[in-house]
Design a protein around this ligand. Structure first.
Ligand code: HPA
Length: 235
């Protein structure tokens, strides 16, 4: 497919080989303005801000994914397959099912379960297990150790629904799944199919076990800063 693509108007070479991907376009803007030097806006279709700049001298991009597997499915597909992007690191928020994970802790999603059908398109005679790139997982864990943050590495659930009809994702906890968000499984499928690398790091924004801990949008914004720095170091 020629570029620009239906959802990204950037030119060839506008994106760095690693793209950080928050869900929220305003968070992409925040990262570019707070952490990047010489950041240039390379995409703004549908308000999905994409920027390329430099972090400690290394060229890096940041672009929003929107919410849910269909949305991150579109953006990560176009970046991997048409813009030559090699690594996508999603930095998101998640709900936690685990007793040792509290609000502001970090989940490194080495695998992504899903209640969605994204992988059906591959016509596989079984169930595909979407996983992160091992090297990115390993290095993210090392950076969390160094930063002294409480984190866990394991499975996450990529749910197609935020509002469940009485069927909370919490049942996945019995399989050791650490928490729930809405994007990783599709991102990992696209990376696998394209032969590229992906990782999702999530800050716990709400806990199913400790609902009293839930934070405001403003507090969440601040606690994401640490995760952003970890992702930028990874890039
Ligand atoms: N469900 C899905 N996505 C989320 C949640 C949740 O509870 N919290 C943060 N992202």
């Amino acid at each position: 497919m020629p570029i620009p693509t239906p959802h990204i108007t950037a030119k060839a070479g506008d994106f760095a080989e690693t793209v950080l991907m928050p869900g929220d376009p305003l968070r992409a803007k925040f990262i570019a303005e707070t952490f990047l030097e010489d950041a240039v806006l390379v995409n703004n279709v549908r308000g999905v801000n994409g920027y390329t700049g430099y972090y400690k001298g290394k060229r890096v991009s940041v672009m929003a994914s929107g919410m849910g597997q269909p949305s991150i499915g579109i953006y990560s597909y176009e970046l991997f397959n048409f813009y030559g992007v090699k690594n996508i690191i999603r930095i998101g928020s998640c709900g936690s099912f685990h007793k040792d994970l509290h609000v502001r802790d970090i989940i490194i999603a080495s695998g992504a379960c899903t209640n969605g059908n994204y992988a059906m398109q591959y016509n596989l005679p079984g169930t595909f297990a979407p996983i992160a790139d091992f090297d990115l997982v390993r290095r993210a864990a090392e950076l969390c150790e160094k930063a002294g943050v409480n984190y866990k590495v394991g499975n996450i659930l990529s749910s197609d629904t935020f509002y469940d009809d009485g069927n909370s994702g919490m049942v996945w906890a019995k399989m050791g799944v650490l928490g729930v968000e809405m994007e990783s499984a599709a991102l990992y499928c696209n990376a696998a199919r394209a032969g590229k690398c992906a990782l999702c790091i999530c800050t716990v924004s709400d806990s199913f076990l400790y609902p009293e801990e839930n934070t405001t949008a403003e507090e969440r914004q601040n606690s994401f800063t640490k995760m952003m720095e970890i992702a930028l170091e990874l890039a």
